[in-house]
Design a protein around this ligand. Structure first.
Ligand code: NCD
Length: 321
């Protein structure tokens, strides 16, 4: 086999079957590219209303110990669009965890009851990895406290692919609560793997954890900057806004102090580089004025919709050889 053919073969093979997806660093560049190509196919099927059933008779078990709108719904839609079904709970109040049951036992029971994949959202960083130790089936981390949110990073990369036509060599400003925002903790690594330059914009107290910043600087060949000035987002290809994460603050007054740190509005966008797109993982609070929702570069609603084809690609890859 020629080098090129071997390479093509490696790129088209599914190396994710049976694996967990707990941290974006679980995936290498080829695996991310593989998922993006599968998500393209899923999007085409969704748009042409083609029926798919590779996950017929498979059941997704939802273990959502924290609230969610987009992530939970898009997993529910994704599994059903692939012919499967789901069960599980949407808040810790619906479970025996309220009676004191451990995460380990909850996971063990779900996986023994013939669920084919578990999707976990939990308030503690590291809960995904802990859950995976007790599961016989793949576990997907759908957000663990201030830790990781790898499926969001994948749908964010898919959004770049669809809206900018590429996932590499872009200048990206990531804005908001970078200390607590798990979407950023995953996305930053995915962007780094594809050689994107990142400017982290946050109040000094809410900057990206130092360990992640130095990891990016030392282990990836990208340019990384940090600042508290939103002006730095005027000259980039992509502005990724995030909310201040209220649930991670101990004191309400601390949250109130930072809540409205940044807002981008019509005036800001009129000064921004032409062709800039604005992304947001949701939930949007005051960081993006609704007045810019109808601008062509405001892609955050479409971004949420890309959660469905992306999660279809993830589920199919973990569950079908
Ligand atoms: C994010 C989360 O829960 O981390 N939401 C989501 O999954 N789309 C971001 C957030 O809530 O700020």
């Amino acid at each position: 086999m020629s080098g090129a053919a071997r390479n093509k073969d490696a790129n088209s093979r599914n190396s994710l079957y049976g694996k967990d997806l707990l941290d974006i660093r679980d995936l290498d560049k080829d695996q991310i590219k593989f998922l993006m190509r599968r998500a393209d196919t899923m999007l085409e099927a969704l748009n042409s209303r083609t029926r798919l059933d590779p996950l017929k008779n498979m059941i997704l078990g939802k273990l959502f110990f924290e609230e969610s709108t987009r992530t939970r719904q898009s997993f529910e839609i994704a599994i059903q669009k692939l012919g499967g079904g789901y069960t599980g709970f949407n808040s810790d109040k619906e479970t025996s965890v309220m009676k004191g049951e451990s995460l380990a036992d909850t996971v063990k029971v779900m996986s023994l009851m013939y669920a084919d994949v578990l999707v976990l959202r939990h308030p503690y960083a590291g809960a995904g990895r802990e859950a995976a130790k007790h599961s016989d089936v793949p576990v997907i981390n759908a957000g663990d406290g201030v830790g990781q949110h790898p499926t969001q990073a994948l749908l964010d990369m898919f959004t770049l692919r669809k809206e900018k036509g590429k996932m590499k060599d872009l200048n990206i400003a990531i804005v908001g609560d970078l200390a607590n925002g798990r979407t950023v903790h995953s996305l930053a690594y995915a962007l780094a793997v594809f050689n994107n330059n990142i400017t982290f914009i946050a109040p000094p107290e809410l900057q990206l954890p130092r360990r992640i910043l130095s990891d990016l600087k030392n282990n990836y060949s990208i340019s990384v900057q940090k600042t508290s000035s939103i002006e730095a987002a005027l000259d980039v290809d992509v502005i990724y806004m995030t909310r201040i994460q209220r649930e991670r603050f101990e004191k309400p007054e601390d949250y109130a102090h930072f809540a409205t740190s940044y807002t981008i509005d019509e005036d800001f966008m009129s000064k921004a580089k032409s062709g800039t797109i604005v992304m947001h993982p949701g939930s949007r609070l005051t960081e993006i004025s609704p007045k810019i929702d109808s601008l062509p570069g405001s892609v955050y609603f479409r971004q949420a919709s890309y959660g469905v084809p992306t999660r279809m690609a993830i589920l199919e890859s973990l569950l079908v050889k």
